[in-house]
Design a protein. Structure first.
Length: 257
């Protein structure tokens, strides 16, 4: 499938799933805007390397997805946004009674509200272009829950709900909105949870991976960033033109349990 001539904006894409999706979309020919809150030389170098390697225009635009104005400014600076991938996300794991309010607010802002702001800014550009794809990276935690992840589960369920509303508001247009719901993918976000879990349960790294992280993933394998990219490409394809307002689980069977 060719996405030549299209521009994709991927929030939170200097690592992990966002970067994996950005790479797959760039390989399909789209120009790509990478994003994160940082403004390091290596962020811009990453864009330059991808431009050279993949032969498309890859730019890095700094914007903090916890700030609504910066979310909207990201789309404005991109100038075009045929494919919007709302991917930026953070995690904090703690019981609800001691869950810090600042972490709650940050998770709701970055994991959920950012998608509202970017979508609101991107839809006029998609309408002007006569084609658009909104792809929200939710989670198995957008469909099910786990203890100690109150803000994350609330935000991801919110993203799934908002996806359906955007799909209905664009239903008669050549624009679709869907959510990808990954199970565990071994990225920095998941890596960060391993040491604390090892301490908490007095387990080795392997035991944490098998008995805690992948406990609810029946395949007992991590999903990969390339698989997330492939799923996003499917949603961009003509085959998915009537796929809107839904979730696609890429979770090794987690939500079948
Ligand atoms: P990651 O930590 O590797 O990547 C998160 C990205 O978001 C990074 O690029 C980071 O710089 C960016 N980011 C964080 N705060 C930001 C902010 N304020 N403004 C802009 N960018 C910001 O994590 P990941 O695992 O690749 O997660 C990506 C998305 O996938 C998240 O929404 C996450 O909830 C979701 N997800 C991940 C998994 C998993 O197992 N890894 C499973 C389900 C869903």
């Amino acid at each position: 499938m060719s996405l030549t001539g299209k521009t994709a904006v991927v929030t939170g894409s200097n690592s992990g799933i966002g970067l994996g999706i950005a790479r797959e979309i760039a390989k399909a020919g789209a120009d790509v805007v990478l994003n994160s809150f940082s403004d390091r030389d290596e962020d811009h170098a990453l864009a330059a390397e991808m431009t050279k390697e993949l032969g498309v225009n890859v730019r890095y635009i700094q914007a903090d997805m916890s700030d609504g104005d910066q979310c909207r400014a990201l789309i404005e600076k991109a100038g075009a946004c045929d494919v919007l991938i709302n991917n930026a996300g953070i995690q904090h794991v703690e019981a609800i009674e001691s869950f810090p309010a600042s972490k709650w607010d940050a998770i709701i802002a970055i994991n959920m509200s950012s998608a509202y702001h970017t979508t609101a800014a991107a839809l006029p550009l998609m309408r002007a272009a006569g084609w658009g794809r909104v792809i929200n990276i939710a989670s198995a935690h957008g469909l099910t829950a786990s203890p100690y992840k109150s803000a994350y589960v609330a935000a991801k369920h919110g993203v799934v709900g908002m996806t359906k509303v955007v799909a209905l508001e664009t239903a008669e247009e050549p624009i679709t909105a869907n959510a990808i719901c990954p199970g565990y993918v071994l990225t920095p976000l998941v890596e960060k949870q391993i040491p604390d879990t090892m301490k908490e349960y007095n387990m080795t790294r392997d035991e944490v991976v098998k008995n805690v992280l992948l406990k609810r993933q029946p395949s007992k394998e991590f999903a990969t960033v390339e698989q997330m990219g492939g799923t996003a490409l499917y949603l961009c394809s003509d085959a998915a033109a009537q796929v809107t307002g839904t979730t696609i689980s890429v979770d090794g069977g987690w939500t079948a349990l």
